[in-house]
Ligand binder design. Structure first.
Ligand code: NAP
Length: 344
């Protein structure tokens, strides 16, 4: 495939205030495509992962990664194919995963990319789903941070999202656990029930807090959303409960962050609340991939994708749709929707 001399990318134009991103946050532009040097490759981007963390990467604050700078290509994980190579590591046509960014072509050192094969019985998109960061987050979050034991009561918020769907099904597959899945619509709750969740709760439905209290005490809370719900759960944790601080999406766009009040419950219940970042477990990713692939092969892990087409024009709408709760499963932008072929 001929490599063009120009690249189209989406760069950060204005650092957004708190609140949802708008099209003005970014600018789409054409820039010269860098010629690859020794050890470098050119990758044509095919699929981009859209993640809640992207909103945090736009904020100039201390975090696990530096913020995206004004004028820089928007950071994003993605999958693509090598179209030109000056490295022994990859040949033209190889499928690779890396921080490819919101652009049509990525040029850089081959050593920062990971080779990927289309998974047996699956599709390449799975490397952005249950075999990607979402799967790693779910696995290490529930087992290493949540220390899930047989017969425990597990509550998962954001249960119909990319990470939540996986956590829910890991917990359902775990012996004798009672699995409580929380999501934002009846439709999502129905699907979670079909996946085996024992209790499904729509947090947008009247009487939600009462229904959650009726579930009884909680051993593990896998928190994807933060905010007021965390207080509701803190009020009903069991002794030695573990709260897995995975994410706080309810707070990423808000002008008034919620101040959690019931943390003293952690003292009286001798409980732990621990944050984590999945990237820290990179050396153990093969262990998580083996576990999740086995679960999928046994039919105990069903996964879904919210694929937004349009390539670079789909990135901002996809991010908005995810924050609006339109996705079930992993949100992905495809440059060619037909190529995405999600495994449903
Ligand atoms: N610690 C880590 O290493 C790590 C890694 C990856 C992701 N995360 C975190 O994990 C969480 C889930 O990420 P994901 O990629 O799986 O995203 P996701 O759940 O697929 O997508 C976001 C979902 O969050 C829900 N949501 C949006 N606004 C909300 C609000 N105000 N209150 C409650 N729910 C809201 C929506 O579902 P509903 O319809 O149910 O509202 C939406 O579909 C995020 O907080 C993310 O930052 C952490």
């Amino acid at each position: 495939m001929p490599v063009p001399s120009a690249n189209t990318r989406v760069a950060l134009a204005n650092r957004p205030e708190r609140g949802p991103i708008t099209p003005k946050t970014f600018r789409k532009e054409s820039v010269p495509l860098k010629t690859p040097g020794d050890g470098e490759v050119v990758v044509k981007v095919e699929l981009l992962s859209i993640d809640p963390a992207m909103r945090m990467w736009l904020v100039d604050t201390r975090s696990y990664l530096p913020p995206v700078q004004i004028g820089e290509t928007m950071r994003a994980n993605g999958l693509g194919r090598v179209v030109a190579t000056r490295s022994d590591r990859f040949k033209v046509g190889d499928l690779v995963h890396g921080t490819l960014g919101w652009q049509e072509y990525w040029v850089g050192p081959a050593r920062v990319l990971e080779a990927r094969e289309v998974p047996v019985g699956g599709n390449e998109i799975d490397h952005l789903g249950f075999l990607g960061v979402s799967g790693m987050t779910a696995y290490f979050g529930i087992f290493d941070i949540g220390r899930l034991k047989d017969g425990e009561t597990v509550v998962i918020s954001g249960a119909a999202g990319s990470v939540g769907l996986i956590v829910t099904q890991i917990a359902v597959a775990h012996p004798h656990c009672k699995v409580v899945a929380i999501a934002g619509s009846q439709d999502k709750c129905e699907k979670l029930r079909e996946l085996g969740a024992h209790v499904v709760l729509n947090y947008n439905q009247q009487g939600f807090a009462g229904r959650l209290r009726a579930v009884g005490n909680v051993d593990v809370y896998f928190d994807n959303v933060g905010g007021e719900l965390l207080d509701v759960i803190l009020a009903q944790i069991n002794p030695y409960a573990r709260i897995v601080m995975c994410g706080a999406i309810s707070q990423y766009n808000t002008n008034k962050p919620y101040g959690v009040r019931l943390t003293p419950q952690l003292i009286t219940m001798k409980a732990t609340m621990q944050g984590f970042i999945a990237f820290d477990y990179e050396k153990r990713y093969p262990e998580a991939r083996a576990y999740l692939s086995d679960l999928a092969a046994k039919g105990k892990l069903k996964y879904d994708y919210h694929v937004v087409g349009g390539g670079l024009d789909g990135c901002v709408p996809a991010m908005q749709e995810m924050f609006d709760g339109k996705n079930y499963g992993k949100t992905v932008v495809a440059f060619d929707e037909k190529e995405a072929k999600p495994k449903l």
